[in-house]
Write a protein that binds this ligand. Sequence first.
Ligand code: NAP
Ligand code: F7E
Length: 318
Amino acid sequence: MKALITGITGQDGSYLADLLLAKGYQVCGMVRRSSTETFERIGHIRDRLQLVQADLLDPTSLVQALREVRPAEIYNLAAQSFVPTSWSQPVLTGEFTGLGVVRMLEAVREVCPEARFYQASSSEMFGKVREVPQNELTAFHPRSPYAVAKTFGHYITVNYRESYGLFAVSGILFNHESPRRGREFVTRKISDGVARIKLGLARELRLGTLDAQRDWGYAGDYVRAMWSMLQQATPEDFVIATGQTHSVRQFLEIAFDHVQLHWQDYVVQDPRFLRPAEVDQLVGDATKAREKLGWKPTVPFEELVRMMVDADLELLGG
Ligand code: NAP
Ligand code: F7E
């Protein structure tokens, strides 16, 4: 089996590549041209991967990449994925995260319509939530340019399945984290900040709202769900979540407790990190995934927080 992963250099791309290699797949990653390589997360498997250069902004490059690889499965994980950047760069976010999906789908239609296609949709589409918890039937109310772009990506995937009979599925994944998470996201910002403070490398940690609540899971568990969705007899969309929600404040408490410090002594609330529109609380209902995919999360919240703090302590030499 041959799989193509767009966004292989990102958090999820690297865990998915680990999983598919372990299953015996030939794994190919789509990477964009850069003056410096961004292969930090795939360094440990670099010699087992085929990499092709293409960009979501350039349709010809996508067609060429698919012609070169001829994948049986395509995981479209590439996107501008940081919510605050979507307000400062809304047009680019729309291009990457929204229109990038239809460019990929058009390339699939042209080159390999028999391939199975996974789209990385997001719980951010629920935004100002209509019901609690959120499932596959919950209406969307996106609250950022990122979420609006993801909503387009979601519906265009559904539409190409219904219009052209593609095996195209959309995974509506709630927040998932790991030691490979980008440092600007709140979980990694906290685990990195706690490690720096503990090691005497920093004195404070500046954050936005501490009240926001998220359904946080472990990225290694979530890539298993992506793969399972493409192994089903019929293409369907799934919510992937733990079913539990915690506040940023609770994340802070566990992270600082783990190194025997009090978060109140170090955390400074900084209005620069507040958003023009906030998503206050997300919590997912993954009953369908449990019943049809046999999927369930394996890493509880407290363990995830401690895992991330320990990894950052080790990385910084503590
Ligand atoms: P990430 O770490 O930010 O990785 C994003 C990837 O997209 C990187 O490999 C990046 O490449 C690539 N990329 C960005 N723009 C591109 C372009 N124009 N052409 C080609 N590649 C491009 O994101 P992640 O956390 O792994 O998330 C994976 C996907 O799931 C994203 O679509 C994200 O929006 C979505 N999602 C994430 C979560 C979550 O909690 N993590 C939840 C729901 C959905 P460079 O290395 O070159 O920058
Ligand atoms: O924020 C609050 C912030 O940036 C979580 C992406 O993977 O998951 C992610 O989106 C919460 C928000 O993730 C800071 O206001 C407080 O309420 O870690 P985040 P996100 O926006 O939930 C979804 C599912 C995706 O699809 C996205 O791609 O934490 N918060 N203080 C902060 N957030 C950040 N980043 N930095 C702060 O200082």
